[in-house]
Design a protein around this ligand. Structure first.
Ligand code: PTJ
Length: 231
């Protein structure tokens, strides 16, 4: 759809296009449209801005993901089309695999999501393996990859549906999520919840991780010594 940049709802309309296009390409589930509408409603109420509370959660999430031994980034059909470049960038920065994990079961869609991420530069995209599952979960999302979610200590699960966050926690993992609905089951159960639009939060999370990665203890010590020596 051709939307003039001057349109007051330009960003929102372009984002809708991404989701609609994702459905047409068979990457996003048709139910993803409903999930997106739900997100939009909360975003509207939040003022379509990253709040101070979300900024604090982004800082905590960046630290938790950087300190993780085996972080994994779980990707569904909505996240894949909304922020593919950012997911790949996060994966590279953390040296963490991307793992396709979808609620609405479809082998074909799993492969399409993997290919879509690879088209955006991903080198390590895992698919679920029916031989491995996490406990306390009945849905399709119980199937995991032994090199990814199964052995992960921290799982990043943006834009998630209900019960998996809880199950991951019960399986001894820490969960970081992005969810516009602070009342959702995922938001309530996750270890760290970033209540923001995934399209705004991902670039900020990446920036924060890059900033933390630059921290140099020697440099900090030198700066402190310099102050002491100046007396
Ligand atoms: O690809 P699949 O089969 O795994 O399906 C993915 C969806 C998202 C369709 C599935 O997980 C689902 O139905 O999710 P829910 O239960 O609708 O929950 C999605 C949550 O994400 C809701 O709490 C929404 O408010 C929130 N949400 C939607 N869009 C965004 C969002 N949060 C952040 N950024 C968004 N753009």
């Amino acid at each position: 759809m051709k939307v003039p940049k001057s349109h007051p709802r330009y960003i929102s309309l372009k984002t809708r296009d991404l989701i609609a296009d994702g459905v047409e390409k068979g990457i996003t589930s048709i139910h993803g449209l409903i999930a997106h509408g739900r997100g939009e409603a909360f975003d509207y109420l939040l003022g379509e801005k990253t709040t101070d509370a979300a900024k604090k959660s982004i800082e905590a999430a960046a630290a938790m993901l950087l300190l993780a031994k085996n972080p994994v980034i779980s990707v569904n059909g909505n996240a894949a089309v909304l922020v593919p470049k950012e997911l790949v960038k996060l994966s590279n920065l953390l040296n963490a695999p991307l793992e396709v994990n979808i609620f609405h079961q479809s082998k074909q869609r799993e492969i399409k999501i993997k290919k879509h991420l690879e088209k955006h530069g991903a080198r390590n995209v895992l698919l679920p393996d029916k031989k491995y599952k996490i406990k306390f979960l009945e849905s399709n999302r119980k199937y995991v990859n032994p090199h990814g979610i199964l052995k992960a200590d921290v799982v990043f699960v943006p834009l998630e549906d209900g019960d998996r966050a809880e199950a991951l926690i019960k399986n001894g993992k820490k969960v970081v999520t992005i969810d516009l609905n602070p009342l959702s089951r995922t938001a309530q159960k996750a270890t760290i919840t970033i209540v923001d639009n995934i399209t705004r939060a991902m670039p900020l999370l990446i920036k924060k991780i890059q900033q933390y990665k630059k921290y140099d203890n020697k440099k900090s010590l030198k700066q402190s010594s310099k102050i002491i020596k100046s007396f």
